[in-house]
Design a protein around this ligand. Sequence first.
Ligand code: ARG
Length: 250
Amino acid sequence: MKKFLVLTLLVMVTFLIFTGCKQTPKTLKVGTSADYPPFEYVDEKTGDFIGFDMDLIRLVGEKAGYEVEIVNMDFDSIIPSLEKKKIDAAIACITITEDRTKIAPAIPYWDTGQSIIVKGDSAFKPLSLGDLSGKKVGVQKGTTGEEILDKGIENNEATNVDVRRYTSVILGMLDLQNGAIDAMIIDTPVANLYGTKYNYVVTTELAPETAGIFVDKDNQKLFDDLKKALDEIKKGDEWQQLVEKYFSGS
Ligand code: ARG
């Protein structure tokens, strides 16, 4: 009788261990702002979040054993959401800055920068912050583009600028196309895509930057898991395929 009990217990424990191991993967809530092609945008037909960042984080997350859930929000809510632990990580062509890494550490993955973009047929061709003096200039709220412009105004490099702050880059680009503003400051790869595919011209890059995947400060395991997975992906074919899919021709 005793032996029988021990045996059933053993079988039960083994069963529990096995099913435990096969548990459905942990969900990884990743914040983004899907208004930034080719990094993150909404597929008009399916409503899915697509783009380089979206494919990349799904690949990285999966490889690290997580199930990725994309949480779309305004760009200026992303870092605060990480801080409040509403999300586990974030990917949105987010520039790695000192201020941000105090809140959440970042894994670098792509070179970027802030560029000035104007309408294709515009006679206005700004080559510096100073050239934006007296103009209507669009930026996205909470971005490094906004910060660069604000600093330039603060130190009088640019004067009399009418700064238009957008929650969504899409709306800013529409205003630029309609002539409601004279220029927009956005990330160089995004500007290059608009310049190649639509009627816009990139006039200059104001600052080089690096984009990173930001991770909850108190989740070192997640940071290590994602970093390791990204390193592996970068060594393989998948990375090259992703780059070609979203960056060829721009
Ligand atoms: N790279 C800039 C920053 O980090 C802008 C990023 C905007 N990203 C977006 N998905 N709208 O401040």
